[in-house]
Every structure is written in structure tokens, then in C-alpha cells.
Design a protein around this ligand. Structure first.
Ligand code: ZN
Length: 196
């Protein structure tokens, strides 16, 4: 079945405009038991999910430009005063005020370490990362939160120094545009399309 008219979304005067088809159905198949009795049917479906980023959009746009953005609360009356949050938080969890965006790229390059890690061969549906996936929890100097990411080169170790790499050649505008490699990794070792 052709998916040439697959749905696209654009924004016009602050409103989302949807063009094309967002739902495709395909011919089904019967499910039989050993005695040839009908047990059910499969229902193939193909749905285009529209994921709005809202206030987190600058974070995802930044990755494609080689930038790691965090946020901070600069309300002087808040206990979190000065705390920087990565992952990107739109609002302060303590005073619920709107946070300010801070560029954390240089901090990440200088002082990111692996807090802990997990290696997995079993992935969810639609996984596009090479297996085994080396998930790393990345810690930054002076940041109270920890960022989940994936290592693209080498074997993860607790306390390992890592630096960010970004898919700047053809960004997907998803979290996969950000990955990590051990400090000192050569440019020739990083995945195609990624830059430091
Ligand atoms: Zn606050």
C-alpha cells in the first residue's frame, strides 16, 4: 500500500495544520488453532503519531546544532536558586516558575562522568540503535540531576569521563541526536553524521 500521502504537519499562525493520511489499515489475517478452528484475526495498523514538543522544543532543536541545553531557576526566593537541570525542565520543580535556558555544552565537554550504566540486547519496538545498547546515566559537575543517554564508542564504566557528540549532519530532532563517547575518542571513531 502506498504511503506517499503520509501525514505531515505544518504550523500556520500558531495553529497546527494536518495534511495527508495519518492512519493506514492493511489486509488482515485469520488466526487458526491446531484443529482448524478460527481463534481471531491480526489487525495490521500504521499510525503516524504527532508528538508536540511544546516548551522542550529548544532542547531538541539545539541537539541538531551541536548544543546541549539545560535550564535553571533564577527565582531568588526559591530554594532551587541557581540549580541547573539536565534533562531540560520547562518549570522549576520547587517554585513552579518558568526556568531560563542555559547552554551546557561546554560544561558537558569538560566534566561529564558515567554515574552508572546498563547494557542491553533486548530492545523495544522500532529500536534503531546498534546492539548491544550501552545506556549511560551521565552526571555533570554542579548539576543535581542525571541525564540518560547512550554510549557510541567503547565499553561503559562507572566514573568514566565522557563527552557529548551530536547528529548535526541529518538531525532526527529526537534524543537520539545526542550520544556519548569516552573522553579522548578520535573523530574517526564516532558514528557517521555525528560531530563533537
Ligand atoms: Zn524555583
Amino acid at each position: 500500500m502506498s504511503t506517499a500521502e503520509r501525514g505531515k504537519v505544518r504550523v500556520e499562525k500558531g495553529r497546527y495544520r494536518l495534511d495527508g493520511k495519518f492512519h493506514y489499515g492493511y489486509p488482515n489475517d485469520p488466526i487458526w488453532n491446531e484443529d482448524g478452528k478460527l481463534m481471531g484475526v491480526t489487525n495490521p495498523r500504521d499510525v503516524t503519531h504527532v508528538h508536540m514538543y511544546g516548551g522542550e522544543a529548544p532542547f531538541f532543536e539545539g541537539l541538531g546544532k551541536g548544543k546541549l541545553l539545560g535550564t535553571c531557576c533564577d527565582n531568588p526566593d526559591c530554594e532551587a536558586d541557581g540549580s541547573i537541570f539536565i534533562p531540560f525542565r520547562i518549570h522549576c520543580p520547587d517554585c513552579l516558575g518558568k526556568n531560563t535556558i542555559v547552554d551546557m555544552t561546554d560544561t558537558a565537554r569538560k566534566g561529564a562522568t558515567v554515574h552508572t550504566f546498563m547494557t542491553t540486547e533486548r530492545t523495544g519496538a522500532f529500536n534503531t540503535l546498534p546492539k548491544p545498547i550501552r545506556f549511560v546515566n551521565v552526571e555533570f559537575e554542579g548539576v543535581p540531576t542525571i541525564l540518560m543517554g547512550y554510549l557510541s564508542v567503547g565499553k561503559p564504566e562507572i566514573g568514566m569521563k565522557v563527552v557529548p557528540i551530536f547528529n548535526t549532519a541529518s538531525p532526527t530532532y529526537t534524543i537520539l541526536d545526542l550520544s556519548w563517547v569516552p573522553d579522548g575518542t578520535n573523530e574517526s571513531e564516532i558514528p557517521e553524521g555525528f560531530t563533537f
